[in-house]
Design a protein around this ligand. Sequence first.
Ligand code: GLV
Length: 339
Amino acid sequence: MTSSINVFADSKLPKEVLDTLSQHCSLSLSPNNYELSTDELSKSLKSKDAFVCLISSQITAQLMDACPNLKLIANVAVGTDNIDIEAASERNILVLNTPNVLENTTADLAFALMLAVARRVVESYIYILDNKWDKWSFDFMLGSDVWGKKLGIIGLGQIGQCMAKRANGFDMEISYFQRNKAEAEIESQLKAKYVSLEQLLSDSDFVSIHCPLNKNTFHLLGTKELSLMKPSAILVNTARGAIIDQKALITILKTGKIKGAGLDVFENEPKIPDELKNLPNVVLTPHIGSATLETRTKMAQSAVNGLIQAFAGNMPVNIVNAKYWPNFKNRITGNVKCK
Ligand code: GLV
């Protein structure tokens, strides 16, 4: 039997993207004013073929088992740590993400955080708001230079590479660490040197994290690693909170073992410990790495276009578990089709 595909999508997606989706599928939307509980989500997804979700939805094996019709999850993000990918693959559920649209935007924020911490932008702003500024002073609010300094990039993927491009414009010396050395051409274009994690942490003036969160990178930076950093160093994280052991970072920051941190992501966000909020040497933003109107629109378009393509039987470029494409195709053949 051929029928239209039933899609459940987050209502916060841009209207034009939801309009495109509704031209191709039977579309149901989440309530726009609150986050569904796991139970509510499993009820909403029960008879659905696909889910266009945001990273605020946790998609577990249990949830997938409660939704046997589910064939595709389109995550409107590049990181997919909110989805149990292994469980999805075992159930022949295709997972899509949104690469190649948000890298420059996220690197912009990482650079902004680096500059903000080094040049004490937020601290200075708060000083003015508190009506404390009464005279100009030569030795007041001294920060650190960014230009010409050493930047260590953890994860030279697409976002890490965009960060390196920006750093080149600031005449920074770039080193990077990841599991495998990058191609020689990328290294030479970006003037980036492959080093060990230990060397990167002990040499860099700024360390910026751009790797995905997975079982290999969970708490990649704990007390031991953070203690290798210079007392003058600044740490920036726009990737995922749990790559850093947050408790260890708070202690390191409180005891002045590093100079400061710019953090857009947190362990257990949106909860942020008061201890972290109360530190003067941090700049905190609420996971807004890709949050520009242009980029969020492109991300939603990428996820939805991939979904439409997949149900039309054409392999999209943005599949996370591409090995399972033939199984997904078998599931949709003669069963459900795009309108
Ligand atoms: C945002 O955090 C993303 O992974 O795209």
